[in-house]
Design a protein around this ligand. Structure first.
Ligand code: GTR
Length: 416
């Protein structure tokens, strides 16, 4: 009995790959109360409380997106009518801002299902670029800066042929297209390279009057803000493309790009569905819970993702005037989906569930049901009405199981 208990403990500890000083004990998560939503009516939420909370997220977490970035320009650079064996039309669209020539622009890859006019569309950034998302060998290799990775074939900060398709399991294009949805994606590093100094060659420096000499202040945008801006420009283009139903755009992202899809969804209500896949700390996970990654850890490793002020909450999460339930509430009454993975303790699955649960009262103001349950559901058991949630078997990743739920969720909410 004793041996088997010890074995069980050792096995689960291994699965969690504990780092020193990181808490994985549910009895030690703390009990700081969440900031209050202060609910009155749906009208007052929309006209008063939502804007207040939105501003708090700008000031304390992600920073303000400058209003004067300038108008974007769209150029369709290639079209292939028989992509993926005839299943889809594939287009590349170069998005630039003529008034900001220092920003090299972004290359969007759009797949629309052949035979479906006006397809609803999933919009999301990728970690590896369009050639990593697509299984098709004629997709141009990204030429932009990437983090070196032997395993993924990124050498001297550039993609090689070996990187083709390395992200395709996270983007099951056939499955999505066969259900009648379009997919639009771009490499997040096109907008801003993801490193401490990446902003100097990205959009933020191009927009700031001090360029690469900018000293970022509290309330000014971080990388997540810049990436989110990119998602909105993709939405701008999609609303001009006759093959896409520009009124039905779902924004999706994984991990740091899940934090990004949430912030994009908060800022841009054209995203009618907002999906967070394993977004964790700084995303859907409640920051007041000390479980897995914390504000202290994330602001030390990735301060450039956030506005400068956010770093001041390292070790003082309870001092922050917002928490993740308020971020989810910013989506209301639009449908939102939060996903966790059972081995992804780093992202704090329960904290991700609870942000959905505690956003529920805002949805209720609009007469909508949220996650619909009080306790986290069993593994692989999706729940929820206007706030979807599941905790899938396996590790930090995007899988067909995740996509199946997102497709079902979108099909249910957007049934014509
Ligand atoms: C981790 C980070 C997480 C998550 C993840 C990812 O290193 O601690 O917050 O964003 O990266 O984006 O894959």
């Amino acid at each position: 009995m004793r041996t088997s208990l010890f074995f069980l403990f050792a096995a689960s500890a291994l699965a969690q790959t504990p780092r020193p000083g990181v808490n994985y004990d549910e009895t030690k998560v703390g009990n700081d109360p969440l900031p209050e939503l202060k609910l009155t009516t749906a009208e007052e939420w929309t006209s008063k409380r939502r804007p207040e909370i939105f501003k708090l997220f700008e000031e304390n977490v992600y920073g303000r997106t400058p209003a004067d970035v300038g108008a974007a320009k769209f150029e369709v650079t290639a079209t292939k009518a028989d992509a993926l064996g005839g299943l889809a039309t594939r287009k590349f669209i170069h998005i630039s801002v003529p008034g900001r020539p220092a920003w090299p622009g972004m290359d969007v890859m759009l797949y629309t299902p052949n035979g479906t006019k006006n397809a609803p569309c999933f919009v999301g950034l990728s970690f590896g670029g369009n050639h990593a998302v697509s299984p098709e060998a004629d997709v141009p290799l990204s030429t932009r800066w990437m983090r070196d990775s032997k395993e993924k074939g990124i050498v001297d900060h550039r993609a090689t042929e070996a990187t083709r398709g390395t992200e395709s399991s996270r983007w099951p294009l056939e499955m999505i297209l066969k259900r009648g949805f379009a997919v639009a994606t771009a490499y997040y590093g096109d907008i801003e390279p993801d490193s401490a100094e990446g902003w100097k060659t990205g959009l933020r420096a191009a927009v700031s009057k001090d360029g690469a000499d900018t000293v970022w202040k509290d309330g000014e945008w971080g990388a997540i803000g810049a990436w989110s801006w990119g998602l909105s420009r993709i939405a701008d283009y999609l609303q001009t493309d006759a093959q896409v139903d520009g009124q039905h755009l779902a924004v999706i992202g994984h991990s740091r790009l899940g934090k990004t899809s949430l912030w994009a969804g908060a800022q841009d209500t054209r995203f009618g569905i907002v999906i967070s896949n394993d977004s964790g700390e700084g995303g859907a996970a409640l920051m007041r819970r000390d479980f897995g990654e914390t504000t202290a850890i994330i602001t030390k490793a990735f301060p450039h993702w956030f506005t400068r002020k956010y770093t001041s909450y390292a070790g003082h999460a309870a001092a922050c005037p917002v928490d993740a339930h308020m971020l989810i509430a910013l989506m209301a009454p639009r449908p939102a989906y939060i996903a966790s993975a059972a081995e992804d303790h780093w992202a704090d699955q329960k904290g991700e569930f609870l942000s959905g649960k505690y956003a529920g009262p805002v949805y209720a103001l609009f007469g909508k049901k949220g996650v619909g349950v009080d306790e986290p559901p069993a593994i692989d058991q999706p729940v929820g009405d206007f706030i979807g949630y599941h905790n899938r078997t396996g590790k930090h990743d995007v899988t067909d199981f995740d996509w199946t739920q997102y497709l079902n969720f979108a099909a249910r909410h957007w049934a014509k």
